[in-house]
Write a protein that binds this ligand. Structure first.
Ligand SMILES: [Zn+2]
Length: 858
């Protein structure tokens, strides 16, 4: 029988679990096609739930061999079994605590969804967040059921790992005990032919911890950076948050087939191999930075996520928003704070603002879902982190530290909620946060419009906030918006250092007196709130702030706004870029007192997708080809304007000596790459071709290849690169992505089609699929080719992938989320592609929900 239409789950329907678990013992008899899982679970009635309820255990794709309650086998008619649950009526259960035992059989080799226990290149591994454990055995698979686990693995694989501390092991078996109560989504098991790169860490209270990164033989030399990042993360969490690690071992396993970036399973993190493995020859500076940030993120979850978890999946931002905020702080401390902040805001705008502006907009804490996997979004993660940044700004650093200490004290071992989180801040600081709580429940990006006046030495800012309607939320209430402001004198001196204005009403004015002249305001310093700032201003004022602002974020923002103004006029009025912009950028390029990483960011033009959104916000229907052409023209104009200084800049940023991934060296390489991209417009790629030949590291080799392709060359180099790296999966992913993402707009669909016919296009591997199909979607002008060829190609592949891997398919369908920005012809083409996906027989619940929401029909 076919499923009825998938049912939504509502936050308001939450009820506590009927039974709690005191202890779990699992035995795995591993076999690729017929793994047996024996479970022994100690249950007791939950005193906080209604008594006399049936025992309902989640389970999917399991073959039940047998089950028993209190030592007596369940007979036919004593339980009911469906595709998703095993239910035992209360009448069959003893009063008080009891033991449930079951034996099930599962088929890891047939598990292509990569949820639960599956196989990747001959090794067994698991992914249980959010609801993968129910594909392993019958269990109350919900985060508010926490228990200690004992695991025995029986297999002839040489390495057998699970959560917690190692116990007995011998020929063909190993046992693991995790003393910390955890929800099932943090369960992990790995078995394979693996080798470890090892190190150790001593906690500040003197406990030694053995660290291991487990990889396939041959990759052990690519783990140094990840190990180093792990040790720095452990130290940082002790120093900054006072949090120590709590087991004897900490293991990380690198897996090639993985739907996500990485997973924080207790004591046994599982990582997509691209976020572990790195060597100078194969990894770029961006890879190194991602590895550092993701290792830190998953490690920090040990406290924010594992020791304190979420009561239910609606509270996902409780662990993710906070942990993203913590990893951003960490990266800022390890690298440059201003540069990190700019990068984070670029990401936020590119992913979260885009989401918040379209059919997929939802609150940081959603109130309903059909498939929870579809809510691992930029809003929950990145906007969730921004909300914590605002809280910290409002209560101050000391208030934040006090609140976090209270959070760890009060909730250690709990499955908590956003209400618990806010209560901790209220109790620690005495501040009423009821209005602030709207950040968790209201979707949409607030727009803050600013006007000002100056009279008798008093400067007044008038702020107005408005949040647009989003799906299911037509009307919004005013939010608490911290607006960090500084004022500059016309001579460039700062007359008012940064102060935080708290905008709580729909409209509010703030006055600054005692000023001798009308100041130039620097508003939303440090991007103090995730809002769109709307203020009419002049090119001269932007150039002034780019030159004089003491706040590095707003200094960069001024240049960014200038570039957007120029590009918008080039697209809509066919205007040529004016000297104000070109001269301002020239000053940045030549200013050796500025951090090279900052200069690289300031010289980089806004992306085509960013420009499409900017034009759409201004009421203009964006034409992706016109944006692409304008951006190319502006790049050329900038290159010509800077022609005298580019060769010098390119040489000055060349660091002698062997490659080092540190942020200072990476910053120089980033600026050098920016100079190279401009130089290529002047020398037809000669310098880039030379750099490609001479490069001794992936950052420079791949950078040169990308530049060559962007100026219509590089075909020969593509062949050289492929032959050199043929046997390295992660590098070949880059080779694929570069081609689909940089192909000339009219050729993008054909180029991508050819790539999908390449023998190395292993489409069942999520990284490879994302490289090729995701790469095409990144190529804005190519993806939106007026013929619709790219839309059709992407739709074909989503339809093909869905039965294999619903999670990755659903996530990739978001490439269509901006469709309402475009003209009627493109909208009709995208609608056709989406409707074709929606009409596919047997489409997964994941993809059905996403496509329905994008079309606006769910
Ligand atoms: Zn996380």
């Amino acid at each position: 029988m076919k499923d009825a239409s998938p049912q939504a789950v509502y936050l308001s329907d939450y009820t506590p679990p009927a039974y709690l678990v005191d202890k779990v013992s699992l035995v795995f008899r591993l076999d690729p096609a017929a793994t047996r899982v024996l479970s022994r679970i100690e249950f007791r009635p939950n005193p906080d739930a209604a008594s006399g309820q049936p025992l309902k255990l989640d389970g999917e794709k399991l073959k039940l061999i047998g089950a028993a309650v209190a030592g007596e086998a369940l007979q036919d008619g004593e339980h009911s079994l469906t595709d998703t649950a095993l239910t035992i009526p209360a009448s069959r259960l003893p009063d008080g605590p009891f033991v449930f035992e079951a034996e099930v059989e599962i088929d890891p080799s047939a598990n292509t969804a990569l949820e639960g226990l599956y196989m990747s290149n001959g090794m067994y591994c698991t992914q249980c967040e959010a609801e993968g454990f129910r594909r392993i055995t019958y269990y109350p698979d919900r985060p508010d059921v926490m228990a200690p686990f004992h695991v025995r693995i029986e297999s002839d694989m040489p390495v057998l790992l699970s959560n917690g501390n190692p116990g007995d092991s011998g020929d063909g078996f190993a046992e693991w005990t995790d003393p910390w109560p955890k929800p099932a989504y943090l369960f992990a098991l790995v078995a394979g032919d693996l080798v470890a790169a090892k190190d150790s860490f001593t906690t500040r209270s003197g406990t030694p911890v053995e660290l291991g990164i487990w990889v396939r033989p041959g990759d052990e030399g690519k783990c140094d950076y990840a190990l180093d990042a792990l040790k720095r993360s452990m130290k940082w969490d002790e120093d900054v948050y006072g949090r120590e690690y709590d087991l004897d071992v900490f293991n990380i396993v690198a897996v090639d087939d993985f739907n996500m970036g990485a997973m924080e399973n207790k004591g046994l993190n599982i990582f997509n191999s691209k976020y572990v493995l790195a060597s100078p020859a194969t990894a770029t500076d961006t890879d190194y930075e991602n590895i550092e940030g993701i290792i830190a993120h998953e490690y920090f979850h040990n406290w924010t996520g594992n020791r304190i978890t979420c009561r239910d999946w609606f509270q996902l931002c409780l662990k993710e928003g906070l942990t993203v905020f913590r990893d951003q702080q960490f990266s800022g401390d390890m690298r440059s704070k201003p540069v990190k902040r700019i990068q984070d805001v670029l990401q936020l705008r590119a992913r979260q603002f885009r989401e918040d502006n379209g059919p997929l907009a939802h609150p940081v804490r959603p109130s309903s879902y059909i498939e929870i996997n579809n809510f691992y979004t930029a809003t929950v993660y990145e906007k969730g982190a921004e909300v914590i940044g605002m809280l910290k700004r409002l209560v101050g650093d000391d208030g934040y530290a006090k609140a976090l200490d209270l959070y760890f004290d009060r909730h250690d071992g709990d499955a908590a909620t956003i209400e618990d989180w806010l209560a901790v801040f209220q109790d620690a600081t005495g501040r009423d946060l009821s209005q602030f709580g709207r950040w968790y429940t209201q979707a949409g990006t607030p727009r803050v419009s600013v006007t000002d006046d100056f009279k008798d030495g008093t400067y007044t800012l008038h702020l107005k906030q408005e949040t647009p309607a989003t799906p299911g939320q037509p009307a919004k209430q005013p939010q608490v918006i911290p607006v960090a402001v500084g004022l500059l004198n016309p001579n460039g001196d700062e007359v008012q250092p940064t102060t935080v204005l708290e905008l709580t009403e729909a409209e509010q004015s703030f006055a600054f007196d005692g000023l001798s002249a009308k100041p130039v305001p620097s508003i939303l310093r440090g991007f103090s709130a995730p809002v769109i700032l709307d203020r009419k201003t002049t090119t001269e004022e932007r150039a002034f702030l780019l030159a004089h602002d003491t706040d590095p974020f707003n200094k960069w923002e001024a240049g960014r706004a200038l570039a957007k103004d120029v590009l918008a006029r080039m697209v809509t009025e066919r205007a040529a870029p004016g000297p104000a912009y070109l001269n301002a950028l020239e000053r940045v390029a030549r200013d050796d007192t500025l951090d090279p990483a900052f200069r690289a960011l300031a010289l980089r033009l806004p992306s085509e997708d960013d420009m499409a959104q900017t034009l759409f916000d201004a009421g203009v229907t964006p034409d992706p080809l016109a944006i692409h052409d304008a951006r190319e023209k502006l790049m050329l104009a900038l290159a010509e304007h800077l022609s005298a200084s580019l060769p010098r800049l390119y040489e000055a940023m060349n660091i002698p000596g062997p490659y080092s991934p540190d942020s200072k060296a990476a910053g120089c390489r980033a600026l050098r790459q920016t100079a190279l991209a401009m130089l290529a417009r002047l020398d037809d790629g000669k310098t880039a071709a030379k750099q490609f030949r001479d490069a001794d590291n992936m950052t420079e080799q791949l950078g040169a290849l990308g530049v060559l392709l962007s100026v219509g060359h590089g075909q020969e180099e593509l062949g050289t690169f492929y032959r050199q790296w043929q046997s390295d999966r992660l590098v070949i992913d880059k080779w694929f992505a570069l081609q689909s993402s940089t192909a000339a707009p009219r050729k993008a669909a054909d180029t991508t089609l050819a790539l999908t016919r390449h023998p190395d296009f292993d489409w069942k591997n999520p990284n490879r699929f994302r490289s090729v199909i995701g790469g095409l979607a990144m190529n804005a002008a190519g993806f939106h080719d007026p013929s619709g060829a790219s839309y059709e190609l992407v739709a074909d592949w989503l339809i093909r992938l869905d039965p294999m891997n619903p999670q990755t398919t659903a996530r990739m369908s978001t490439v269509f989320e901006t469709w309402r920005r475009y003209d009627a012809d493109r909208q009709a083409l995208i609608r056709g592609a989406l409707e074709r996906i929606a009409a596919t027989p047997g489409l997964s619940r994941d993809t059905t929900e996403m496509v329905g929401r994008i079309l606006g029909s769910a």
